[in-house]
Design a protein around this ligand. Structure first.
Ligand code: GLN
Length: 500
């Protein structure tokens, strides 16, 4: 039983179905690990162990009575950006240190309905702004592969919890890379779906036109399992889109069945590679591992074709204009009156607003509110915001042109592996770490990150696959077929290897 946390979601489902273990035992196993080891990682902000135990017991009873929902009784945890009724929802901020949500996010409801058990709420950069999880009011998260390194961000708690073997899968959100980059830093697979695929209702907004929820797991199949209950049209989110509903797990199994025992299961797949994604600033070891993985893809039958995409530095500038602009508008609701933190003894209304916001928001959030407000202000709006929107349209066009010649586009997920905690990067340097991931959000495309090896000092490296609109199945099955023939995704972090 000591190795339960190293099992895949598929193995957990089979184990529950075959009564090798109960959901109560499984849940206890994870809670024990969290209690023993999370003091080293700091991945959880809130634990819901007691309700999880009760839910697990109920799940076992339902299964005994013939309930066939596959995910019934499988544990997971939520990024603390998703509203959970009756449970603290902080978004990593002091501003929401006492916010008990009165309702559930749609994805929380859907995952509940699938029968999964939530073990709690996971740490993150404050309001999802950051790439290293160091802007959280609840402290930095440590990378389970090397405790002196960052786990990536903003979904650092989600990635670290999965990579530590505290939960098999976790929810996360991605506005500019926050699922893919932590997946890359923690040796996981993570997928950001097409914009509009997953409801944003109850997901605290950072930049509404870019935000999208998705899943993190050790493999593409694990991600497929958790993503399935998350997707679908939601009338409560005006940007959620009605579209055909795929069955991801079935699609992955179908891809494997179709490939049979062919030595070239990816025959016919055209992978676009853009020189713009191998730009200056790319770490040599990261480049080497990504190029080696592309060779493995070729050996499995894929063909590499050259494509062009927008210069990532232009994309980066566009994102860091638009995302803060939207954030400054979204975060204006936190005024010290309606939600969360309120300063002590305000002298008048302006003092109440000013001090509540100055004391409640951390420096990175304040920086973005300031730049965003500036970009939106009269006199500067056209020069900054409108111009960035026009560039955004060109970025979309460049992706559309690239996809004429290929089925997926591959790139490094991030220019480096996980860097040291407390390196105190200046903001502009930290933003540079997002160069390869943000274009996808500006275009609304789906993309995943998968592990493709380790650096010489044992840190995970990720490869990003970008797909055409609505083609999550294509991305997941491409990565799944790769993972059927390679073992990068089966390497475990130091913490995951610890037994308790
Ligand atoms: N690192 C990026 C930022 O700070 C992306 C964050 C995200 O995807 N939530 O904006």
């Amino acid at each position: 039983m000591s190795e339960l946390h190293l099992l895949s979601t598929q193995q957990l489902i089979t184990g529950l179905q075959d009564k090798q273990f109960s959901s109560a035992e499984l849940t206890e196993h994870y809670i024990k690990r969290i209690d023993a080891l999370d003091s080293k990682i700091n991945s959880f902000i809130t634990h819901t162990s007691e309700t999880a135990r009760a839910q697990a017991q109920a799940a076992d009873e339902m299964r005994a009575q013939g309930d066939k929902r596959p995910l019934l009784g499988v544990p997971m945890a939520h990024k603390d950006i998703f509203c959970t009724q009756g449970v603290l929802t902080t978004c990593g901020s002091k501003m929401l240190h006492n916010f008990i949500s009165p309702y559930d996010a749609t994805i929380v409801t859907n995952i509940d309905k699938a029968g999964m058990i939530s073990l709690g709420k996971l740490n993150m950069d404050e309001f999802a702004m950051g790439s290293d999880n160091e802007s959280s009011y609840y402290g930095a998260v440590h990378n389970p592969w090397n405790l002196e390194r960052v786990p990536g961000g903003s979904s650092g708690g989600s990635a670290a919890a999965v990579a530590s073997g505290f939960v098999p899968v976790a929810t996360a959100s991605d506005t500019g890379g926050s699922i893919r980059q932590p997946a890359s830093f923690c040796g996981l697979t993570g997928i950001k779906p097409t914009y509009g695929r997953v409801s944003r209702f109850g997901m605290i907004a950072y930049a509404s036109s870019l935000d999208q929820a998705g899943s993190l797991g050790r493999s593409a199949m694990d991600c497929a399992y958790l993503l399935q209950p998350m997707i679908g049209h939601d009338p409560r989110d005006a940007t959620s889109i009605k579209h055909d509903m795929p069955d991801y797990v079935q699609d992955l199994n179908h891809a494997v069945a179709t490939a049979g025992d062919s030595a070239k299961p990816l025959e016919g797949l055209r992978i676009g590679v853009a020189k713009e994604y191998f730009s200056k600033g790319l770490d040599a070891e990261v480049e080497q591992a990504v190029r080696a993985a592309l060779k493995q893809y070729e050996a499995l039958g894929a063909t590499i074709v050259e494509v062009n995409i927008t210069d990532p530095e232009i994309t980066l500038a566009t994102y860091y204009m638009l995302a803060p602009a939207e954030a400054s508008s979204n975060l204006s609701r936190f005024d010290g009156v309606r939600f969360g933190y309120r300063c002590e003894n305000p002298t008048d209304l302006i003092d109440l607003y000013t001090r509540s916001r100055s004391e409640g928001f951390g420096p990175e959030v304040q920086r973005r509110i300031l730049t965003g407000t500036y970009a939106l202000s009269a006199g500067y709006f056209d020069a900054y915001y409108t111009k960035a929107q026009k560039v955004r349209r060109l970025i979309v066009q460049d992706f559309e042109d690239a996809f004429v010649n290929c089925d997926v586009i591959a790139s490094p997920t991030a220019p480096t592996a996980a860097y040291k905690l407390a390196e105190d990067l200046d903001p502009a340097t930290m933003y540079l770490g997002d160069v390869y991931t943000i274009g996808v959000n500006l275009a609304g495309l789906p993309a995943l990150s998968q592990p493709v090896g380790l650096t010489s000092n044992g840190l995970p490296i990720g490869l990003q696959l970008i797909g055409q609109y609505w083609q999550e199945s294509k991305l997941l099955s491409t990565a799944h077929l790769f993972q059927q023939h390679t073992d990068h995704h089966l390497q475990h972090s130091t913490i995951a290897k610890e037994t308790v």
